[in-house]
Design a protein around this ligand. Structure first.
Ligand code: G1P
Length: 291
């Protein structure tokens, strides 16, 4: 029997360099996709996978994230007074039960491995999920639920992967597989940002993980890797010497919202998926293309 995955770590402390200046005063994961912040979709995905506790790893100036997921009596009261029940329901939809969220300060941006390590006291001695909130995933069942289902099948550690766009593998963490048969395969290695031409496969680590708590011991003494950062990929590669890792090629579409075009693409794609917006969004796009 595998231990249930109850907690998810969400590293959100990045500066959002690729979406500045918008991300200067609004944490990048609070930027909107249609009418909801990216984090609204991410938290919904986590809850759909059975996650009961979310651990946000934040930096300075990101208090708006806590405020977003808290009640706001002024806004809610005004909507109530005006009888705007539908908007009120939308506003309240993201607010979970008291105690569902913890916020941990990373203090210095030393890398993803360091961010995850900051969650060690809140996660404790149990398997947990990591979600990279820049990577918005449209999938059914949701991406993290697919990862949890894979974990319940094979145990150990699960890393969600997908094919990298042609010529872009060097920007990501890349996995090596024992054999590539079906969507869930045992891993034999992984490397963060391989030099072009040296990639062990075309499958990149796309932002959902199920990890065993022993990763914290490894990250504790982790040397800096690619880009001078403490890399989660290096930590996982070290843990792989004593624990099983499987790569899951998930079924869905990923949008990199940490990037201008990725964020724009997500806005358009999500508008086209909304029944009440699909037709006007399509007309708007056609108009723009004709202009
Ligand atoms: C991080 C991870 C990398 C992963 C990528 C997905 O890199 O280190 O393994 O492939 O996210 O977006 P970063 O984007 O922070 O450079």
């Amino acid at each position: 029997m595998t231990k249930r995955v109850r907690k998810a770590v969400l590293p959100v402390a990045g500066l959002g360099t690729r979406v500045l200046p918008g991300a200067k005063t609004t944490p990048k994961n609070l930027l909107n996709v249609v009418d909801r912040p990216i984090l609204s979709y991410i938290v919904e995905e986590a809850r759909a996978a059975g996650i009961e506790h979310l651990v946000f790893i934040v930096g300075r100036g990101q208090g708006a994230i806590e405020d977003y997921f808290d009640a706001n009596p002024e806004v809610e009261g005004a909507l109530e007074a005006k009888g705007k029940a539908d908007i009120l329901a939308e506003v309240r939809r993201d607010i979970g039960p008291p105690g569902e969220m913890s916020f941990v300060r990373q203090m210095a941006p030393l890398g993803l491995g360091h961010a995850v390590w900051c969650a060690r006291h809140v996660v404790g001695d149990e398997p947990f999920a990591v979600i990279l909130p820049d990577m918005l995933m449209a999938a059914e069942p949701p991406a993290l639920a697919q990862a949890v289902a894979a974990y319940e099948k094979v145990g150990g550690n699960i890393v969600v992967v997908e094919p990298a766009p042609e010529g872009e593998a060097h920007k990501y963490g890349i996995v090596a597989l024992e054999k590539a048969a079906g969507r869930l395969n045992r891993m034999t290695g992984m490397v963060e940002k391989p030099a072009p031409g040296t990639e062990p496969s075309n499958l990149f680590i796309s932002g959902r993980y199920i990890l065993q708590p022993e990763i914290f011991e490894v990250l504790e003494t982790q040397e800096r890797g690619a880009g001078g950062e403490i890399q989660l990929t290096d930590g996982m590669a070290a843990l792989m010497k004593r624990q099983d890792f499987h790569a899951l090629e998930y079924d869905g579409t990923t949008f990199d919202c940490g990037d201008k075009i990725g964020l724009l693409r997500a806005n358009i794609a999500f508008a086209l998926r909304r029944p009440e917006l699909a037709a006007p969004a399509r007309r708007m796009i056609e108009d723009l293309l004709r202009a």
